[in-house]
Write a protein that binds this ligand. Structure first.
Ligand SMILES: Nc1ncnc2c1ncn2[C@@H]1O[C@H](COP(=O)(O)OP(=O)(O)OP(=O)(O)O)[C@@H](O)[C@H]1O
Length: 427
């Protein structure tokens, strides 16, 4: 890297060229160096035949002004780049990438970061800025095709079988909790092995800034988190705070109604046949079986709430997050994260865990440890899909944070997948 540019040597002729000029760097701001320019001399030293490292040493030794003698490239590439924003679906560290042309010019990012791609001229190495960006200077990141190649190499070096994984993902069974009716689910999750989706999807997801218009339906609010963290408690409190604004969708069930129950109020009571037909047609966000009866939340019941002008609030199993992130639903996903162990112990002293066996009992230390472990797994698979994170420490604080986040989701611009706004053939 030479003052905001990288150089390369033509192995046949030994000539030294500018490989790329880093956006916003010194070379770029000078406007004098361009990718493809041939460097003849640095501060009077002829550089032909030198290794790029030697050229760097020459310029590093010089103090004050650095003089480059160059032969400019005759045909400068035309920059007709359109703005491109992406959300990183993977982590990347240039320091751990031996293939990067210049680690110092590289930019690290974490899954979920929004990146502005400022240069895609090179097929392998793009230039990008992390948003919100404070520096004028861009950094090198691997292009989609390069990162996909790296992912594939990593994928094949793993011990598990990718084909088995893909199969599992297709037939994922998604279950919801039915706390509305005081029922907890029987467990029949088919879990997706680690990194399953990240290898199937691209490493970058194109995003655009989206602002809901006043007359549009509200954005669906989806809460997710490890079991027992307080997803239902928060959802219930939010709805309770203002039932004229917030509402949960009415679930479907195949069980027989109780005397006081009315179809369309507590549940939509349906036959197994209809229920299965809806499953077959992908009309459920989540469904599952409990004590021989089927329960599910339909996309229609979510739309019913949204079309009535209210804000629909659902809770979803972490496994269902990908299934819910569609152009049709456009959810704003809030992750409810457990606080550190000692805070869990303190805040949950008087709380009861709702178990699968109808017995509500005080939390034990194992429950907290399980919760933390589950949170780690959820975060490693889904962090990139979360629009907002609430650490559920003090319940009252969390409720206020939730209310603020929900307002922001409705009234302020957010980054959303570009495919939600201009649908493509696949979405
Ligand atoms: N911040 C908090 N402080 C103290 N207790 C809490 C807090 N948040 C939730 N709880 C309590 O923890 C218990 C579990 O919460 P909740 O039922 O909402 O969990 P959940 O995340 O929906 O889990 P599951 O998906 O297993 O039902 C409840 O008794 C709830 O009142």
């Amino acid at each position: 890297c030479v003052h905001g540019a990288t150089i390369k040597r033509n192995e046949v002729t030994g000539e030294i060229f500018i490989a790329r000029v880093i956006h916003g760097g010194l070379a770029d701001r000078s406007g004098l160096l361009h990718a493809g320019d041939r460097i003849i001399e640095v501060n009077g030293f002829p550089v032909d035949g030198m290794e790029p490292e030697q050229v760097i040493q020459v310029q590093a030794r010089s103090q004050g002004t650095i003089m480059f003698r160059v032969i400019p490239i005759t045909e400068r590439p035309v920059h007709n780049q359109t703005m491109l924003y992406v959300r990183a679906m993977v982590d990347y560290s240039p320091q751990q990438d031996p293939t990067i042309p210049c680690a110092d010019a590289g930019m690290s990012f974490r899954k979920g970061d929004v990146l502005e791609i400022v240069d895609q001229t090179d097929v392998l190495w793009w230039q990008a800025k992390k948003l919100p960006s404070s520096t004028a200077c861009a950094g090198l990141i691997p292009s989609t095709s390069l990162l996909k190649r790296k992912q594939r190499e990593f994928w094949w070096s793993q011990s598990y079988q990718p084909h088995a994984c893909i199969q599992t993902c297709k037939f994922i069974h998604i279950i919801m909790t039915f706390l509305l009716a005081g029922i907890t689910q029987s467990s029949c999750h088919t879990r997706c092995p680690s990194s399953c989706y990240s290898a199937l999807n691209g490493p970058y997801e194109e995003v655009v800034r989206y602002q809901r218009h006043q007359q549009d339906t509200h954005r669906l609010i989806a809460l997710s988190g490890p079991s027992g963290v307080g997803v239902n408690e928060l959802r219930r409190r939010l709805i309770e705070m203002n039932p004229n604004i917030f509402q949960g969708p009415v679930p479907h069930t195949t069980r027989t109604p109780k005397a006081y129950e009315e179809s369309g109020r507590e549940y939509f009571f349906t036959s197994r046949e209809i229920f299965n037909h809806m499953v077959y047609n992908n009309r459920f966000l989540e469904y599952g079986e409990h004590k021989g009866n089927l329960y599910g939340t339909s996309i229609e019941s979510v739309n019913d709430v949204l079309n009535s002008g209210k804000i629909c609030v659902i809770d979803i199993e972490p496994n269902a997050i990908q299934a819910v992130r569609t152009h049709e639903l456009r959810p704003y996903i809030i992750y409810v994260k457990p606080p550190p162990l000692e805070r869990l112990r303190e805040t949950r002293q008087d709380s009861y865990i709702i178990t699968n066996y109808y017995v509500n009992r005080p939390f034990k230390d194992e429950d907290f440890q399980e919760m933390e472990e589950a949170a780690r797994k959820i975060e490693s698979h889904n962090w990139q899909f979360f629009d907002h994170v609430i650490v559920n420490d003090e319940l009252q604080d969390s409720c206020v944070q939730l209310l603020t986040a929900v307002r922001k989701a409705q009234d302020e611009p957010q980054w959303v997948p570009a495919s939600w706004i201009r649908p493509t053939a696949e979405s």
